[in-house]
Design a protein around this ligand. Structure first.
Ligand SMILES: [Zn+2]
Length: 238
């Protein structure tokens, strides 16, 4: 079995927060999506790795992912050695995605930065025929990056107006992490109600850039080919 695209993140909720609307939209359009997180989230202030794993499985079900895999590269000090690189290469050769999406390799959280770098490099190495593993070489068409803490000018924005509610349901699946008035766990940056307001505001901001209600932004090192130059600007004015 193969998938069309794999989203790799450092922590279980990174992909949902940054591009859950895009994942739901791709699935709605019949695209097969895989989700992989590189850590178990054991350094989190709230919840345990076990509760977070269940929450991640629920979120993947809500978004409609074909598979979700959790790796164990170490939360808070993510390892990026050859051993870890070979695990990413094995997943790429097994599922043969045409596109890979991951963290921008220069983010505030070092785990995000390391994930972006490791996944980018593994995506290239997975295509080396002389690198022998159990499976034949496979190289994705491109690695794209979602945005988290640091803002980089987007290469393109995906219209997520129709799937924003699904994204927020997937985010809400992480009950231990976000605002819950009944929770007795310590407050964190992301459990403050303002955090989800910020996610909403960011979605509206990126949406406004392309003339829709909600959007999610991506960075690509190579520009995407645009087939409909006029349609790409529908809903906007100079
Ligand atoms: Zn994260």
């Amino acid at each position: 079995m193969t998938v069309d695209i794999i989203f790799f993140s450092a922590h279980a909720d990174d992909s949902e927060l940054s591009c859950g609307g895009t994942i739901a939209k791709l699935v709605k359009d019949g695209v097969r999506v895989g989700m992989v997180e590189l850590t178990r989230g054991e350094m989190g202030t709230r919840g345990t790795p076990e509760t977070r794993k269940k929450e991640a499985a629920n979120a993947a079900k809500i978004l409609g992912a074909t598979f979700r895999r959790q790796l164990d590269f170490g939360d808070g000090n993510l390892r990026t050695g050859r051993e870890e690189e070979l695990q990413i290469i094995a997943l790429l050769r097994e599922w043969k995605p045409r596109l890979v999406v991951t963290a921008w390799p220069d983010d505030r959280h070092p785990d995000h930065t390391r994930t972006g770098r490791l996944v980018t490099e593994a995506s290239f190495y997975a295509g080396l025929k002389s690198l022998k593993t159990d499976l034949p070489a496979h190289r994705p068409q491109a690695v794209l990056y979602y945005l988290q803490n640091y803002m980089v000018p987007p290469s393109f924005v995906i219209d997520c107006a129709a799937t924003w509610k699904t994204k927020m349901r997937a985010v809400a699946a992480y009950k231990s992490q976000f605002h819950d008035p009944k929770s007795k766990e310590p407050n964190t940056f992301i459990s403050d109600p303002k955090f989800l307001e910020m996610i909403d505001a960011r979605g509206k901001h990126f949406g406004a850039l392309i003339g829709v209600a909600y959007g999610e932004a991506f960075v690509s090192k190579q520009p995407p080919r645009v087939d409909d130059m006029i349609g790409a600007y529908t809903g906007r004015e100079v």
